[in-house]
Design a protein around this ligand. Structure first.
Ligand code: FAD
Length: 578
Protein backbone atom coordinates (compact mmCIF):
# COMPACT_ATOMS: atom_id res chain seq x y z
CA UNK A 1 0.00 0.00 0.00
CA UNK A 2 1.35 3.48 -0.88
CA UNK A 3 2.41 5.85 1.89
CA UNK A 4 -0.18 8.40 3.02
CA UNK A 5 0.11 12.03 4.15
CA UNK A 6 -2.23 14.90 4.81
CA UNK A 7 -3.08 16.73 1.58
CA UNK A 8 -1.91 20.05 3.10
CA UNK A 9 1.52 18.61 3.77
CA UNK A 10 1.84 17.27 0.22
CA UNK A 11 0.85 20.74 -1.02
CA UNK A 12 3.79 22.24 0.87
CA UNK A 13 6.15 19.57 -0.43
CA UNK A 14 5.15 20.51 -3.99
CA UNK A 15 5.89 24.16 -3.17
CA UNK A 16 9.27 23.20 -1.67
CA UNK A 17 10.11 21.21 -4.80
CA UNK A 18 10.10 24.53 -6.71
CA UNK A 19 12.90 25.85 -4.48
CA UNK A 20 10.63 27.96 -2.27
CA UNK A 21 12.20 28.62 1.13
CA UNK A 22 9.45 30.43 3.00
CA UNK A 23 5.77 31.30 3.11
CA UNK A 24 4.28 34.56 4.44
CA UNK A 25 0.90 34.87 6.10
CA UNK A 26 -1.32 35.23 9.15
CA UNK A 27 -3.52 32.34 10.29
CA UNK A 28 -7.30 32.38 10.43
CA UNK A 29 -9.76 29.60 11.32
CA UNK A 30 -10.40 28.55 7.72
CA UNK A 31 -6.65 27.95 7.28
CA UNK A 32 -6.15 25.72 10.34
CA UNK A 33 -5.69 22.57 8.28
CA UNK A 34 -2.94 24.26 6.24
CA UNK A 35 -1.41 25.69 9.45
CA UNK A 36 -1.17 22.13 10.68
CA UNK A 37 0.72 21.28 7.49
CA UNK A 38 2.98 24.32 7.98
CA UNK A 39 3.75 22.97 11.46
CA UNK A 40 4.53 19.51 10.07
CA UNK A 41 6.83 21.00 7.41
CA UNK A 42 8.56 23.49 9.72
CA UNK A 43 12.00 21.95 9.16
CA UNK A 44 11.72 22.33 5.39
CA UNK A 45 9.79 25.55 4.88
CA UNK A 46 10.05 28.71 6.98
CA UNK A 47 6.80 30.31 8.02
CA UNK A 48 6.99 34.08 8.41
CA UNK A 49 4.09 35.30 10.47
CA UNK A 50 3.30 38.83 9.26
CA UNK A 51 0.85 41.08 11.10
CA UNK A 52 -1.26 41.97 8.08
CA UNK A 53 -1.89 39.74 5.07
CA UNK A 54 -1.21 42.67 2.74
CA UNK A 55 2.32 42.77 4.12
CA UNK A 56 2.69 39.04 3.47
CA UNK A 57 1.60 39.45 -0.13
CA UNK A 58 3.97 42.41 -0.66
CA UNK A 59 6.83 40.48 0.96
CA UNK A 60 6.17 37.52 -1.37
CA UNK A 61 6.06 39.86 -4.36
CA UNK A 62 9.29 41.57 -3.25
CA UNK A 63 10.97 38.19 -2.79
CA UNK A 64 10.02 37.26 -6.37
CA UNK A 65 11.37 40.61 -7.64
CA UNK A 66 14.68 40.14 -5.84
CA UNK A 67 15.23 36.45 -6.63
CA UNK A 68 13.19 35.65 -9.75
CA UNK A 69 11.75 32.68 -7.80
CA UNK A 70 8.03 32.26 -7.11
CA UNK A 71 7.00 34.04 -3.87
CA UNK A 72 4.37 32.31 -1.72
CA UNK A 73 1.79 33.83 0.64
CA UNK A 74 -1.50 32.87 2.25
CA UNK A 75 -4.62 34.44 3.69
CA UNK A 76 -7.66 32.93 5.37
CA UNK A 77 -11.24 33.10 4.09
CA UNK A 78 -12.88 36.52 3.76
CA UNK A 79 -10.81 39.44 5.07
CA UNK A 80 -7.52 37.54 5.08
CA UNK A 81 -8.05 36.73 1.42
CA UNK A 82 -9.11 40.25 0.47
CA UNK A 83 -6.05 41.71 2.23
CA UNK A 84 -3.82 39.78 -0.17
CA UNK A 85 -5.04 41.70 -3.17
CA UNK A 86 -2.58 44.59 -2.95
CA UNK A 87 0.53 42.43 -3.14
CA UNK A 88 -1.05 40.32 -5.86
CA UNK A 89 -1.64 43.41 -8.00
CA UNK A 90 1.89 44.55 -7.28
CA UNK A 91 3.24 41.22 -8.57
CA UNK A 92 1.01 41.28 -11.61
CA UNK A 93 1.96 44.80 -12.63
CA UNK A 94 5.70 44.18 -12.20
CA UNK A 95 5.39 40.76 -13.89
CA UNK A 96 6.73 38.47 -11.18
CA UNK A 97 5.49 34.96 -10.28
CA UNK A 98 3.71 34.55 -6.95
CA UNK A 99 1.38 31.93 -5.48
CA UNK A 100 -1.42 32.74 -3.03
CA UNK A 101 -3.00 29.97 -0.97
CA UNK A 102 -6.42 31.19 0.07
CA UNK A 103 -8.36 29.65 2.94
CA UNK A 104 -12.01 28.68 2.52
CA UNK A 105 -14.61 27.30 4.92
CA UNK A 106 -15.25 23.52 4.69
CA UNK A 107 -17.05 22.52 1.51
CA UNK A 108 -20.27 21.69 3.34
CA UNK A 109 -20.50 25.32 4.48
CA UNK A 110 -19.59 27.01 1.21
CA UNK A 111 -22.22 29.07 -0.65
CA UNK A 112 -24.81 29.04 2.16
CA UNK A 113 -24.12 32.43 3.77
CA UNK A 114 -21.79 30.97 6.42
CA UNK A 115 -19.30 32.99 8.53
CA UNK A 116 -16.49 34.44 6.36
CA UNK A 117 -17.61 32.27 3.44
CA UNK A 118 -17.12 34.56 0.45
CA UNK A 119 -17.36 33.48 -3.16
CA UNK A 120 -13.61 33.87 -3.55
CA UNK A 121 -13.26 32.99 -7.23
CA UNK A 122 -14.62 36.31 -8.54
CA UNK A 123 -12.58 38.27 -5.96
CA UNK A 124 -9.34 37.10 -7.59
CA UNK A 125 -10.53 36.80 -11.19
CA UNK A 126 -9.17 40.16 -12.26
CA UNK A 127 -5.76 39.97 -10.61
CA UNK A 128 -4.82 36.34 -11.15
CA UNK A 129 -3.19 34.72 -14.17
CA UNK A 130 -4.58 31.46 -12.81
CA UNK A 131 -7.37 31.18 -10.24
CA UNK A 132 -8.93 27.91 -9.11
CA UNK A 133 -10.72 26.37 -6.13
CA UNK A 134 -9.68 22.85 -5.14
CA UNK A 135 -12.47 20.33 -5.33
CA UNK A 136 -10.76 17.13 -4.21
CA UNK A 137 -7.98 16.45 -1.71
CA UNK A 138 -6.33 13.93 -4.02
CA UNK A 139 -6.09 16.52 -6.81
CA UNK A 140 -4.90 19.39 -4.61
CA UNK A 141 -1.10 18.85 -4.87
CA UNK A 142 -1.25 18.60 -8.66
CA UNK A 143 -3.37 21.75 -8.72
CA UNK A 144 -0.65 23.59 -6.77
CA UNK A 145 2.00 22.37 -9.20
CA UNK A 146 -0.11 23.64 -12.10
CA UNK A 147 -0.61 27.00 -10.37
CA UNK A 148 3.14 27.50 -9.99
CA UNK A 149 3.71 26.58 -13.63
CA UNK A 150 1.11 29.16 -14.64
CA UNK A 151 2.63 31.83 -12.38
CA UNK A 152 5.98 31.37 -14.13
CA UNK A 153 4.51 31.06 -17.61
CA UNK A 154 2.44 34.22 -17.33
CA UNK A 155 4.72 36.04 -14.86
CA UNK A 156 2.00 36.94 -12.40
CA UNK A 157 -0.13 35.73 -9.49
CA UNK A 158 -1.63 32.27 -9.29
CA UNK A 159 -4.35 31.79 -6.67
CA UNK A 160 -5.57 28.48 -5.24
CA UNK A 161 -8.50 28.46 -2.82
CA UNK A 162 -8.44 25.52 -0.42
CA UNK A 163 -11.62 24.48 1.45
CA UNK A 164 -10.54 23.71 5.00
CA UNK A 165 -11.61 20.07 5.07
CA UNK A 166 -9.58 19.11 1.99
CA UNK A 167 -6.18 19.86 3.48
CA UNK A 168 -6.82 17.53 6.43
CA UNK A 169 -7.56 14.51 4.25
CA UNK A 170 -5.05 11.68 3.97
CA UNK A 171 -3.91 11.14 0.40
CA UNK A 172 -1.08 9.46 -1.49
CA UNK A 173 2.16 11.00 -0.13
CA UNK A 174 3.94 11.05 -3.53
CA UNK A 175 4.78 14.64 -4.57
CA UNK A 176 3.47 15.40 -8.08
CA UNK A 177 5.96 18.08 -9.14
CA UNK A 178 7.04 19.28 -12.55
CA UNK A 179 9.69 21.66 -11.19
CA UNK A 180 12.52 19.77 -12.90
CA UNK A 181 10.94 20.30 -16.30
CA UNK A 182 10.70 24.05 -16.01
CA UNK A 183 13.00 26.04 -18.28
CA UNK A 184 13.25 29.68 -19.26
CA UNK A 185 11.53 30.49 -22.54
CA UNK A 186 13.54 30.53 -25.75
CA UNK A 187 12.83 33.55 -27.95
CA UNK A 188 13.06 33.93 -31.73
CA UNK A 189 16.34 35.14 -33.21
CA UNK A 190 16.19 38.72 -34.50
CA UNK A 191 15.56 39.06 -38.22
CA UNK A 192 18.98 39.88 -39.76
CA UNK A 193 17.65 42.48 -42.21
CA UNK A 194 16.03 44.41 -39.35
CA UNK A 195 19.28 44.43 -37.41
CA UNK A 196 21.06 45.81 -40.49
CA UNK A 197 18.37 48.49 -40.86
CA UNK A 198 18.77 49.38 -37.19
CA UNK A 199 22.55 49.67 -37.57
CA UNK A 200 22.06 51.90 -40.61
CA UNK A 201 19.57 54.14 -38.76
CA UNK A 202 21.98 54.53 -35.85
CA UNK A 203 24.96 55.32 -38.04
CA UNK A 204 22.98 58.05 -39.83
CA UNK A 205 21.50 59.57 -36.66
CA UNK A 206 22.52 62.93 -35.18
CA UNK A 207 21.15 62.26 -31.70
CA UNK A 208 20.87 58.50 -31.12
CA UNK A 209 20.46 56.87 -27.70
CA UNK A 210 19.43 53.64 -25.97
CA UNK A 211 16.46 53.59 -23.60
CA UNK A 212 16.38 50.25 -21.77
CA UNK A 213 14.05 48.61 -19.25
CA UNK A 214 13.75 45.51 -17.08
CA UNK A 215 13.68 43.28 -20.15
CA UNK A 216 17.35 44.16 -20.71
CA UNK A 217 18.46 43.21 -17.20
CA UNK A 218 20.48 40.28 -18.54
CA UNK A 219 22.10 42.41 -21.25
CA UNK A 220 24.40 44.62 -19.16
CA UNK A 221 27.55 43.72 -21.11
CA UNK A 222 25.82 44.34 -24.43
CA UNK A 223 24.43 47.70 -23.29
CA UNK A 224 27.90 48.80 -22.22
CA UNK A 225 29.52 47.53 -25.40
CA UNK A 226 26.92 49.09 -27.69
CA UNK A 227 27.18 52.39 -25.86
CA UNK A 228 30.98 52.37 -26.05
CA UNK A 229 31.27 51.25 -29.68
CA UNK A 230 28.59 53.56 -31.13
CA UNK A 231 28.95 56.34 -28.52
CA UNK A 232 25.32 56.19 -27.43
CA UNK A 233 24.02 57.68 -24.18
CA UNK A 234 22.09 55.13 -22.11
CA UNK A 235 18.93 55.91 -20.20
CA UNK A 236 16.81 53.46 -18.24
CA UNK A 237 13.36 53.02 -16.78
CA UNK A 238 13.29 53.65 -13.03
CA UNK A 239 13.15 49.96 -11.97
CA UNK A 240 16.19 49.26 -14.19
CA UNK A 241 18.40 51.56 -12.15
CA UNK A 242 21.45 49.58 -11.06
CA UNK A 243 21.66 47.46 -14.22
CA UNK A 244 24.42 49.84 -15.29
CA UNK A 245 26.56 51.37 -12.54
CA UNK A 246 25.43 54.92 -11.81
CA UNK A 247 28.96 56.19 -12.32
CA UNK A 248 29.24 54.93 -15.93
CA UNK A 249 29.69 58.31 -17.67
CA UNK A 250 27.24 57.60 -20.53
CA UNK A 251 24.47 56.35 -18.22
CA UNK A 252 22.21 59.35 -17.70
CA UNK A 253 19.53 57.89 -15.37
CA UNK A 254 15.76 57.60 -15.91
CA UNK A 255 13.22 59.78 -17.72
CA UNK A 256 9.80 61.09 -16.70
CA UNK A 257 9.11 62.49 -13.23
CA UNK A 258 11.13 59.93 -11.29
CA UNK A 259 14.03 61.06 -13.35
CA UNK A 260 17.25 62.95 -13.84
CA UNK A 261 17.58 66.15 -15.84
CA UNK A 262 20.16 64.81 -18.34
CA UNK A 263 18.05 61.73 -19.15
CA UNK A 264 14.86 63.74 -19.65
CA UNK A 265 16.57 66.25 -21.90
CA UNK A 266 18.40 63.60 -23.92
CA UNK A 267 15.23 61.56 -24.48
CA UNK A 268 13.29 64.56 -25.65
CA UNK A 269 16.10 65.65 -28.03
CA UNK A 270 16.91 62.21 -29.46
CA UNK A 271 16.22 61.46 -33.13
CA UNK A 272 16.77 57.67 -33.07
CA UNK A 273 16.00 55.60 -29.96
CA UNK A 274 16.87 51.94 -29.34
CA UNK A 275 13.94 51.09 -27.06
CA UNK A 276 14.79 47.78 -25.49
CA UNK A 277 12.93 45.58 -22.95
CA UNK A 278 11.04 48.66 -21.89
CA UNK A 279 7.29 49.05 -21.30
CA UNK A 280 7.38 52.43 -19.56
CA UNK A 281 3.71 53.28 -18.86
CA UNK A 282 4.14 57.01 -19.55
CA UNK A 283 5.99 56.39 -22.82
CA UNK A 284 3.40 58.08 -25.02
CA UNK A 285 4.04 61.34 -23.15
CA UNK A 286 7.80 61.12 -23.52
CA UNK A 287 8.26 60.60 -27.25
CA UNK A 288 7.23 62.57 -30.32
CA UNK A 289 6.28 61.61 -33.85
CA UNK A 290 9.60 62.87 -35.30
CA UNK A 291 11.62 60.32 -33.37
CA UNK A 292 12.50 57.00 -34.98
CA UNK A 293 12.10 54.19 -32.49
CA UNK A 294 13.75 50.79 -32.87
CA UNK A 295 11.81 48.66 -30.39
CA UNK A 296 13.24 45.36 -29.15
CA UNK A 297 10.95 43.15 -27.05
CA UNK A 298 10.15 39.48 -26.56
CA UNK A 299 6.44 40.22 -26.52
CA UNK A 300 4.99 41.13 -29.92
CA UNK A 301 1.99 42.70 -28.17
CA UNK A 302 4.26 45.56 -27.10
CA UNK A 303 4.98 46.75 -30.64
CA UNK A 304 3.00 49.86 -31.50
CA UNK A 305 1.28 49.77 -28.10
CA UNK A 306 2.49 53.10 -26.72
CA UNK A 307 4.00 54.74 -29.85
CA UNK A 308 4.63 54.04 -33.53
CA UNK A 309 7.79 51.99 -34.13
CA UNK A 310 10.15 52.64 -37.01
CA UNK A 311 11.40 49.07 -36.56
CA UNK A 312 10.04 46.26 -34.35
CA UNK A 313 12.51 43.54 -33.46
CA UNK A 314 11.05 40.47 -31.80
CA UNK A 315 13.97 38.99 -29.83
CA UNK A 316 15.66 38.72 -26.48
CA UNK A 317 17.43 41.96 -25.54
CA UNK A 318 20.82 40.33 -25.07
CA UNK A 319 20.72 38.51 -28.41
CA UNK A 320 19.40 41.49 -30.37
CA UNK A 321 21.90 43.93 -28.86
CA UNK A 322 24.77 41.52 -29.58
CA UNK A 323 23.63 41.28 -33.20
CA UNK A 324 23.39 45.08 -33.38
CA UNK A 325 26.92 45.47 -31.99
CA UNK A 326 28.26 42.99 -34.56
CA UNK A 327 26.40 44.67 -37.44
CA UNK A 328 27.52 48.20 -36.54
CA UNK A 329 30.76 49.98 -37.33
CA UNK A 330 32.52 51.84 -34.52
CA UNK A 331 31.22 55.42 -34.56
CA UNK A 332 33.18 58.56 -33.64
CA UNK A 333 30.48 60.03 -31.38
CA UNK A 334 28.09 62.87 -32.02
CA UNK A 335 27.98 66.34 -30.48
CA UNK A 336 24.81 65.05 -28.78
CA UNK A 337 26.80 62.27 -27.11
CA UNK A 338 29.48 64.66 -25.84
CA UNK A 339 26.84 67.17 -24.73
CA UNK A 340 24.87 64.49 -22.88
CA UNK A 341 27.95 63.41 -20.94
CA UNK A 342 28.77 67.03 -20.05
CA UNK A 343 25.13 67.57 -19.08
CA UNK A 344 25.27 64.58 -16.73
CA UNK A 345 28.47 65.85 -15.16
CA UNK A 346 26.94 69.29 -14.62
CA UNK A 347 23.88 67.66 -12.99
CA UNK A 348 26.00 65.44 -10.73
CA UNK A 349 28.15 68.39 -9.70
CA UNK A 350 25.05 70.40 -8.92
CA UNK A 351 23.61 67.59 -6.77
CA UNK A 352 26.95 67.32 -4.98
CA UNK A 353 26.83 70.98 -3.94
CA UNK A 354 24.14 69.92 -1.42
CA UNK A 355 26.01 66.84 -0.17
CA UNK A 356 27.09 68.44 3.08
CA UNK A 357 24.26 70.94 3.37
CA UNK A 358 23.44 71.19 7.06
CA UNK A 359 20.42 73.47 6.85
CA UNK A 360 17.45 72.23 8.87
CA UNK A 361 14.97 70.77 8.26
CA UNK A 362 17.43 68.67 6.31
CA UNK A 363 17.56 68.38 2.53
CA UNK A 364 17.61 64.82 1.23
CA UNK A 365 20.93 65.14 -0.61
CA UNK A 366 23.11 64.97 2.52
CA UNK A 367 21.14 61.96 3.76
CA UNK A 368 21.73 60.08 0.52
CA UNK A 369 25.35 61.24 0.54
CA UNK A 370 25.67 59.56 3.94
CA UNK A 371 23.85 56.48 2.71
CA UNK A 372 26.27 56.20 -0.23
CA UNK A 373 29.17 56.58 2.17
CA UNK A 374 28.09 53.98 4.72
CA UNK A 375 26.50 51.42 2.40
CA UNK A 376 28.36 48.60 0.68
CA UNK A 377 28.27 47.64 -3.01
CA UNK A 378 26.11 44.61 -2.24
CA UNK A 379 23.57 46.27 0.08
CA UNK A 380 19.88 45.73 -0.67
CA UNK A 381 17.41 48.64 -0.84
CA UNK A 382 13.63 48.45 -0.68
CA UNK A 383 12.12 51.70 -1.78
CA UNK A 384 8.58 52.81 -0.96
CA UNK A 385 6.39 54.89 -3.25
CA UNK A 386 6.37 58.67 -3.57
CA UNK A 387 9.08 61.32 -3.64
CA UNK A 388 11.44 58.73 -2.18
CA UNK A 389 11.53 57.16 -5.66
CA UNK A 390 12.75 60.46 -7.10
CA UNK A 391 15.43 60.85 -4.43
CA UNK A 392 16.60 57.26 -4.81
CA UNK A 393 16.67 57.50 -8.62
CA UNK A 394 18.87 60.59 -8.52
CA UNK A 395 20.98 60.23 -5.43
CA UNK A 396 21.64 56.58 -4.62
CA UNK A 397 24.88 55.40 -6.22
CA UNK A 398 24.31 51.78 -7.14
CA UNK A 399 26.56 49.16 -8.64
CA UNK A 400 25.22 46.08 -10.43
CA UNK A 401 25.96 44.10 -7.23
CA UNK A 402 23.42 46.04 -5.25
CA UNK A 403 19.87 44.77 -5.29
CA UNK A 404 16.78 46.87 -4.95
CA UNK A 405 13.04 46.80 -5.55
CA UNK A 406 10.04 49.07 -5.41
CA UNK A 407 6.39 48.82 -6.37
CA UNK A 408 7.05 49.94 -9.94
CA UNK A 409 3.91 50.02 -12.04
CA UNK A 410 1.23 49.37 -9.42
CA UNK A 411 3.04 51.87 -7.18
CA UNK A 412 1.48 50.97 -3.87
CA UNK A 413 2.57 52.84 -0.77
CA UNK A 414 3.55 50.59 2.12
CA UNK A 415 5.80 48.36 0.00
CA UNK A 416 9.18 48.94 1.61
CA UNK A 417 8.89 47.63 5.19
CA UNK A 418 7.34 44.24 4.26
CA UNK A 419 9.78 43.99 1.35
CA UNK A 420 12.59 44.51 3.87
CA UNK A 421 11.46 41.37 5.70
CA UNK A 422 11.74 39.32 2.51
CA UNK A 423 15.13 40.81 1.63
CA UNK A 424 16.72 40.18 5.02
CA UNK A 425 15.27 36.66 5.23
CA UNK A 426 16.66 35.90 1.77
CA UNK A 427 20.03 37.64 2.17
CA UNK A 428 20.95 37.37 5.86
CA UNK A 429 24.57 38.36 5.16
CA UNK A 430 23.79 41.52 3.24
CA UNK A 431 22.77 44.81 4.76
CA UNK A 432 19.16 45.67 4.06
CA UNK A 433 17.69 49.19 4.01
CA UNK A 434 14.09 50.24 3.64
CA UNK A 435 13.54 53.80 2.47
CA UNK A 436 10.06 55.25 2.97
CA UNK A 437 8.30 58.56 3.16
CA UNK A 438 6.15 59.21 6.22
CA UNK A 439 3.03 58.49 4.12
CA UNK A 440 4.16 55.04 3.02
CA UNK A 441 5.70 54.15 6.37
CA UNK A 442 2.41 54.86 8.15
CA UNK A 443 0.67 52.22 6.05
CA UNK A 444 2.42 48.99 7.06
CA UNK A 445 4.88 49.95 9.80
CA UNK A 446 3.36 47.29 12.10
CA UNK A 447 5.70 44.96 10.21
CA UNK A 448 8.56 46.29 12.33
CA UNK A 449 7.08 43.77 14.80
CA UNK A 450 7.77 41.03 12.27
CA UNK A 451 11.34 42.25 11.74
CA UNK A 452 11.80 42.18 15.53
CA UNK A 453 10.14 38.78 15.96
CA UNK A 454 12.44 37.14 13.43
CA UNK A 455 15.49 39.12 14.53
CA UNK A 456 15.98 40.71 11.12
CA UNK A 457 18.33 43.69 11.50
CA UNK A 458 16.80 45.82 8.77
CA UNK A 459 17.61 49.56 8.79
CA UNK A 460 14.33 51.39 8.15
CA UNK A 461 14.79 55.02 7.11
CA UNK A 462 11.72 57.28 7.17
CA UNK A 463 11.82 60.63 5.37
CA UNK A 464 9.31 62.72 7.30
CA UNK A 465 8.03 65.85 5.58
CA UNK A 466 4.42 65.65 6.74
CA UNK A 467 2.97 65.64 3.26
CA UNK A 468 2.22 63.19 0.46
CA UNK A 469 4.93 64.94 -1.51
CA UNK A 470 4.54 63.24 -4.88
CA UNK A 471 0.87 64.19 -4.97
CA UNK A 472 1.52 67.64 -3.54
CA UNK A 473 3.90 68.32 -6.43
CA UNK A 474 1.30 67.05 -8.92
CA UNK A 475 -1.40 69.29 -7.43
CA UNK A 476 0.92 72.30 -7.50
CA UNK A 477 2.67 71.81 -10.85
CA UNK A 478 0.33 69.72 -13.02
CA UNK A 479 -3.17 70.74 -12.05
CA UNK A 480 -2.45 74.09 -10.38
CA UNK A 481 -5.08 73.44 -7.76
CA UNK A 482 -5.12 74.29 -4.07
CA UNK A 483 -3.46 71.57 -2.00
CA UNK A 484 -6.19 69.13 -1.18
CA UNK A 485 -5.86 66.22 1.24
CA UNK A 486 -2.12 65.85 1.03
CA UNK A 487 -0.90 67.21 4.36
CA UNK A 488 -0.56 64.38 6.89
CA UNK A 489 -0.31 64.09 10.66
CA UNK A 490 3.22 63.77 11.95
CA UNK A 491 4.32 61.00 14.32
CA UNK A 492 7.51 60.21 16.19
CA UNK A 493 8.39 57.14 14.11
CA UNK A 494 11.56 56.49 16.13
CA UNK A 495 9.42 56.08 19.26
CA UNK A 496 6.87 54.01 17.36
CA UNK A 497 9.71 51.73 16.27
CA UNK A 498 11.01 51.54 19.82
CA UNK A 499 7.52 50.62 21.02
CA UNK A 500 7.72 47.61 18.72
CA UNK A 501 11.17 46.54 19.90
CA UNK A 502 13.40 48.19 17.28
CA UNK A 503 16.04 50.80 18.04
CA UNK A 504 14.76 54.27 17.15
CA UNK A 505 16.70 57.36 16.07
CA UNK A 506 15.17 60.80 15.63
CA UNK A 507 17.28 62.81 13.24
CA UNK A 508 17.05 66.57 12.93
CA UNK A 509 20.63 67.53 12.09
CA UNK A 510 23.36 66.21 9.86
CA UNK A 511 25.46 65.20 12.87
CA UNK A 512 22.54 63.23 14.27
CA UNK A 513 22.06 61.59 10.89
CA UNK A 514 25.70 60.51 10.71
CA UNK A 515 25.59 59.14 14.26
CA UNK A 516 22.34 57.26 13.61
CA UNK A 517 23.54 55.65 10.37
CA UNK A 518 26.83 54.60 11.95
CA UNK A 519 25.08 53.16 15.00
CA UNK A 520 22.30 51.40 13.08
CA UNK A 521 24.67 49.52 10.79
CA UNK A 522 26.36 47.91 13.82
CA UNK A 523 23.10 46.66 15.35
CA UNK A 524 21.96 43.07 15.32
CA UNK A 525 18.31 44.13 15.53
CA UNK A 526 16.02 46.30 13.40
CA UNK A 527 16.17 50.07 13.59
CA UNK A 528 13.98 52.98 12.57
CA UNK A 529 15.72 56.22 11.60
CA UNK A 530 13.17 59.03 11.37
CA UNK A 531 14.71 61.91 9.42
CA UNK A 532 12.98 65.26 9.62
CA UNK A 533 13.32 66.63 6.07
CA UNK A 534 12.32 69.84 4.39
CA UNK A 535 8.84 70.16 2.92
CA UNK A 536 10.34 71.71 -0.24
CA UNK A 537 9.55 69.66 -3.31
CA UNK A 538 12.37 68.03 -5.30
CA UNK A 539 13.68 69.63 -8.50
CA UNK A 540 11.09 68.98 -11.20
CA UNK A 541 12.10 67.41 -14.50
CA UNK A 542 8.58 67.94 -15.81
CA UNK A 543 8.61 71.73 -16.23
CA UNK A 544 12.21 72.85 -16.53
CA UNK A 545 13.08 76.44 -17.44
CA UNK A 546 16.82 76.54 -17.91
CA UNK A 547 17.28 77.04 -21.62
CA UNK A 548 18.30 80.23 -23.43
CA UNK A 549 15.10 79.72 -25.44
CA UNK A 550 12.98 80.06 -22.29
CA UNK A 551 11.62 83.37 -20.98
CA UNK A 552 14.55 84.84 -18.94
CA UNK A 553 12.21 85.75 -16.08
CA UNK A 554 10.94 82.16 -15.91
CA UNK A 555 14.54 80.91 -15.92
CA UNK A 556 15.46 83.24 -13.06
CA UNK A 557 12.43 82.17 -11.04
CA UNK A 558 13.12 78.48 -11.70
CA UNK A 559 16.79 78.77 -10.77
CA UNK A 560 15.95 80.66 -7.58
CA UNK A 561 13.29 78.13 -6.58
CA UNK A 562 15.63 75.16 -6.90
CA UNK A 563 18.93 76.95 -6.14
CA UNK A 564 19.89 75.85 -9.63
CA UNK A 565 21.97 78.80 -10.85
CA UNK A 566 24.80 76.44 -11.85
CA UNK A 567 22.63 74.12 -13.92
CA UNK A 568 22.74 74.48 -17.70
CA UNK A 569 20.23 73.12 -20.20
CA UNK A 570 21.21 70.49 -22.78
CA UNK A 571 21.17 73.10 -25.57
CA UNK A 572 23.98 74.97 -23.77
CA UNK A 573 26.08 71.80 -23.77
CA UNK A 574 25.17 71.13 -27.41
CA UNK A 575 26.67 74.53 -28.30
CA UNK A 576 29.81 73.72 -26.32
CA UNK A 577 30.13 70.30 -27.97
CA UNK A 578 29.97 71.52 -31.59
P1 FAD B 1 8.36 46.21 -17.20
O1 FAD B 1 7.08 46.93 -17.07
O2 FAD B 1 8.54 44.94 -16.47
O3 FAD B 1 8.56 45.94 -18.77
C1 FAD B 1 9.62 45.13 -19.24
C2 FAD B 1 9.50 44.98 -20.76
O4 FAD B 1 10.58 44.14 -21.22
C3 FAD B 1 8.22 44.30 -21.23
O5 FAD B 1 7.75 44.92 -22.40
C4 FAD B 1 8.66 42.85 -21.52
O6 FAD B 1 7.88 42.22 -22.52
C5 FAD B 1 10.06 43.10 -22.02
N1 FAD B 1 10.97 41.96 -21.86
C6 FAD B 1 10.98 41.02 -20.86
N2 FAD B 1 12.01 40.17 -21.03
C7 FAD B 1 12.68 40.57 -22.13
C8 FAD B 1 13.85 40.12 -22.80
N3 FAD B 1 14.55 39.05 -22.35
N4 FAD B 1 14.26 40.78 -23.91
C9 FAD B 1 13.56 41.86 -24.38
N5 FAD B 1 12.42 42.33 -23.79
C10 FAD B 1 12.01 41.71 -22.67
N6 FAD B 1 9.52 54.91 -14.18
C11 FAD B 1 10.19 55.73 -15.00
O7 FAD B 1 11.03 55.25 -15.79
N7 FAD B 1 9.95 57.09 -14.97
C12 FAD B 1 9.06 57.65 -14.12
O8 FAD B 1 8.88 58.86 -14.10
C13 FAD B 1 8.39 56.79 -13.21
N8 FAD B 1 7.53 57.28 -12.28
C14 FAD B 1 7.16 56.46 -11.25
C15 FAD B 1 6.55 57.00 -10.13
C16 FAD B 1 6.31 56.22 -9.02
C17 FAD B 1 5.72 56.84 -7.79
C18 FAD B 1 6.65 54.85 -9.03
C19 FAD B 1 6.46 53.99 -7.84
C20 FAD B 1 7.17 54.28 -10.17
C21 FAD B 1 7.46 55.07 -11.27
N9 FAD B 1 8.08 54.55 -12.39
C22 FAD B 1 8.68 55.40 -13.28
C23 FAD B 1 8.13 53.11 -12.66
C24 FAD B 1 7.06 52.76 -13.74
O9 FAD B 1 5.77 52.95 -13.20
C25 FAD B 1 7.20 51.34 -14.29
O10 FAD B 1 7.31 50.44 -13.23
C26 FAD B 1 8.42 51.18 -15.15
O11 FAD B 1 8.56 52.20 -16.09
C27 FAD B 1 8.37 49.86 -15.87
O12 FAD B 1 9.70 49.52 -16.17
P2 FAD B 1 10.05 48.55 -17.32
O13 FAD B 1 9.31 48.93 -18.56
O14 FAD B 1 11.52 48.52 -17.38
O15 FAD B 1 9.57 47.11 -16.79
Amino acid sequence: MSEKAQAGQVVLKVIESWGVKRIYGLPGGSFDSMMNAIHLEKDNLDFIQVRHEEAGSLAASAEAKLTGRVGVMFGSAGPGAVHLLNGLYDAREDRVPVLALVGQVPQAFMNIDYFQAMDEGPIFDDVAVYNRTATTAAGLPKLIDEAIRQAYAHRGPAVVTIPKDLAWEEIDAAVPTSANYYSDPVYPLPVASKIEQAAELLSQADRPLVYFGMGARNARDELLELSSKLKLPLISTHPSKGSIADDFPAFLGSAGRVATKPAVEALSAADVIVWVGNDMPFASKLVNSHQKIIQIDVDAQKFGKRFADELSILADAKVALRALIDASPELPGTAFYRASLANKQNWEEWLTTFANDSRTPLRVEPIFHLLNEVSKPDDVFLVDVGNVNIHFARLAHLTPNNKWATSGKYATMGFAVPAGIAAKAEYPDRRVWTLSGDGGFAMLNEEILTQVKYNLPVINVVFSNRTLGFIEAEQRDDSHQPLSGVLIQDADWAKVGEGMGAVGYSVNTLDEARAAFEAAKKLDKPSVIDVNITGDMPFTTMYMHLSDHDDPEAVKEFQAKYEAEDLRALDYWMEQAK
